[in-house]
Design a binder for this molecule. Structure first.
Ligand code: ZN
Length: 357
């Protein structure tokens, strides 16, 4: 198991950053990887001073706007090696943390996750986004596409509360996906003899339950809501670490989201945030499992997340195509979609019955 050794979260958690670094004995040379203008400002003004106070040798590397390319991540790795950095602080949203976790893993040094938004469980797990993983596999090979879990997570809920409200909706969608993911995992255990960890599954489900129970209180921009969501996302990341696979966090609903990402490249439309796509996928896949899909749908509504194609901003024809190709995305990952997947007719009927289209 590779689990974060320190998890500090709550208001002003970032003040603890140098304490965490020294408790871990990480050395003095740090590179702060941040994203665009906003997170660079947070890194410079709200994180750096606490390290400067303790005389850390600091280099800041902003990756800029847009999704990080493999070339850019290789550049970060090179900087880490040339400047002999001891560890990485990843300050930003999912894409920044993805870049930092790969660069740190390739360079063989640990990284601390300092999320500035809570849109998915990548902030607390070794997992990276689907398209980035595909690009890395294609350019550098399968081995390079696997990243390490963060050695620590410092989630400052004051900072995260300032993130755009859609990130909260997306984070909740990524959490509700766990209900389906665990069912798919259990199915693979029963039908395919896959390893199954009751403990990892329970941690993922417990974290997802938090969102259902407290959906009424998840109001955008409230520090308490952020804390709840971050707690759930950390739980999911830990479940992934315990399982040694993304199984407890990602099933057929994630395959549907990955399929949409692929199609967005093929046809040139804009995909919705990962967590939002997974949330809508979870409604449909739970319907397929014969489970309580209405609760997933109602919870998504309560937290202001999309529940249909229109709210996702994706044309129904792409939703249907994604449903019919989802089972091919990761053939080794057995889910309710089976080996043959959904026929077009079945996909249309399911999407209509669940009012996704
Ligand atoms: Zn996810």
């Amino acid at each position: 198991m590779e689990i974060p050794r320190y998890v500090v979260f709550g208001p002003r958690a970032v003040r603890e950053i140098s304490k965490v670094c020294s408790a871990l004995g990480l050395g003095r040379k740090v590179v702060i990887v941040c994203g665009g203008e906003k997170t660079t400002k947070i890194a410079e003004e709200e994180v750096r001073p606490y390290l400067e106070e303790e005389n850390y040798d600091i280099v800041v590397f902003p990756i800029g706007p847009g999704y990080p390319t493999v070339e850019k991540i290789l550049k970060i790795e090179e900087r880490i090696r040339v400047l002999k950095r001891d560890f990485v602080l990843a300050v930003g949203g999912g894409r920044t943390i993805d870049a930092a976790k790969l660069a740190a893993t390739w360079a063989g040094i640990p990284y601390i996750s300092v999320p500035t938004s809570a849109a998915n469980d990548g902030i607390s797990s070794p997992a990276i986004s689907f398209l980035l993983r595909m690009d890395v596999k294609e350019k550098l090979g399968e081995g390079k596409s696997r990243a390490k879990a963060p050695i620590a997570i410092v989630a400052d809920t004051d900072i995260i509360s300032r993130a755009p409200p859609e990130t909260v909706a997306a984070g909740c969608g990524d959490m509700l996906a766990k209900f389906v993911a665990v069912r798919d995992w259990r199915l693979a255990y029963k039908l395919r003899g896959e390893d199954f960890s009751e403990y990892a599954a329970s941690v993922a489900l417990m974290s997802a339950e938090l969102i259902v129970k407290k959906a009424e209180y998840i109001k955008k921009g409230l520090e308490e809501s952020t804390r709840l969501l971050v707690k759930a996302l950390i739980g999911s990341g830990v479940a992934i670490s315990i399982a040694g696979s993304t199984r407890p966090a990602s099933g057929s609903e994630h395959l549907f989201s990955h399929a949409l990402d692929l199609l967005s490249r093929k046809y040139g439309f804009k995909p919705a945030p990962h967590g939002m796509q997974c949330g809508v996928g979870a409604i449909m896949m739970m319907w397929l499992h014969g489970g309580d899909w209405m609760t997933i749908k109602e919870t998504l509504k309560k937290v202001g997340a999309p529940t249909n194609a229109e709210e996702l901003g994706i044309e129904p024809k792409y939703i249907i195509e994604a449903l019919t190709i989802a089972h091919k995305i990761r053939p080794e990952r057995y889910t309710i979609l089976g080996e043959k997947g959904l026929s077009r007719e079945a996909a249309i009927r399911m999407a209509k019955e669940t009012e996704v289209i």
